[in-house]
Design a protein around this ligand. Structure first.
Ligand SMILES: [Zn+2]
Length: 316
């Protein structure tokens, strides 16, 4: 059975998965219908409707197909539904999202800040952001899993062990930054390296590493950090970080890509990044991170960056 990669941004060429099976779609311009069959079912698609009839059963898709210069495109979600009806094994892209912190104690709560007389904890910001990002990726055909979906304390090693066992393609850890400088703001994308890029990257990594690990586990973290890393993952992690960062617009205060020794990324045996989506110590950033519209916008940019990473990936 041939396997296919569906990793386009939003639309996929219909021919890209029909051609290898020698299936030719027929476009009827008068009836605005596209039809093909796989010797078992008859598929009927239309560019003016988001419905697909498969042997008389109607499937609804989020987006109708598009015909551009004679080439037929279907949405990613539609492509996956269609291909499951064809003799293919679909290789879906899997993403593990890690909402930073969770539970009680300093490492559980993460950074904190006051907003409208309420104390806001980093653990809640990271969870709502992670869920939105996951939802967007899922709509794009990705398989998404989370290290936590509620306010639970997750030991450092557990955060990546599931991802390592599941054959997850990439690992994305979500955090919110804080600084003694109340003017500091914006989003940073970090990838793992033995040495911090600069003094700032070192401070962020130290802060997150201390918050992520219980003090009694401190020794474990240090020993993990000092072990040898595989350079292949670092290279791919850097590429993932740059692809994500490339989609964060300047006006959303893109602080760029940096490398730093993050404990949580160290034990991930796959390309992984840690994103500090904004600064809790900056009033503008904090109100943004609590605003659903902003969350959706930023999560959309990051999901586009993840798409870009996979599009630019060499086929395995
Ligand atoms: Zn954090």
């Amino acid at each position: 059975m041939p396997s296919i990669q569906i990793n386009d941004n939003e639309y996929v060429k219909l021919s890209s998965f029909l051609e290898p099976l020698s299936i030719k779609p027929v476009y009827n311009r008068v009836l605005h219908k596209i039809s093909f069959n796989n010797s078992k079912d008859i598929f009927i698609l239309s560019p003016i409707s988001d419905a697909v009839a498969i042997d008389g059963n109607v499937l609804m898709f989020e987006k109708p197909l598009v015909v551009n210069k004679g080439v037929i495109y279907v949405s990613r979600a539609a492509a996956i539904s269609l291909a499951t009806k064809l003799p293919y094994t679909i290789k879906k892209r899997t993403v593990m999202i890690d909402p930073g912190h969770g539970g009680s104690g300093d490492d559980g709560l993460g950074a904190k800040a006051e907003f409208n007389d309420k104390t806001i904890y980093e653990k809640n910001i990271t969870l709502s952001f992670a869920k939105k990002l996951g939802e967007l990726l899922q709509n794009n055909g990705y398989i998404v899993s989370y290290t936590r979906t509620n306010d639970k304390k997750i030991p450092l090693a557990e955060r990546t062990s599931t991802a390592n066992n599941d054959g997850t393609n990439i690992f994305i850890s979500i955090h919110a930054n804080s600084s003694i400088d109340p003017m500091a703001r914006g989003a940073d994308v970090f990838y793992m390296s033995e040495e911090a890029e600069d003094a700032y990257a070192e401070i962020v990594a130290k802060k997150e590493n201390t918050l992520l690990a219980n003090n009694k586990n401190r020794k474990d973290v240090d020993s993990v950090l000092s072990s040898i890393m595989t350079s292949g993952h670092i290279k791919e992690s850097a590429r993932l970080a740059y692809n994500i960062s490339s989609r964060i617009p300047v006006k959303m205060v893109n602080r760029g890509v940096k490398k730093a020794p993050f404990a949580v990324l160290h034990s991930a045996y796959m390309p992984s990044v840690l994103i500090e989506v904004g600064f809790m110590s900056n009033t503008n950033d904090l109100s943004d991170m609590l605003n659903e519209e902003w969350i959706e916008k930023m999560a959309k940019n990051i999901s586009k960056g993840i798409n870009l990473y996979f599009i630019n990936s060499k086929e395995e």
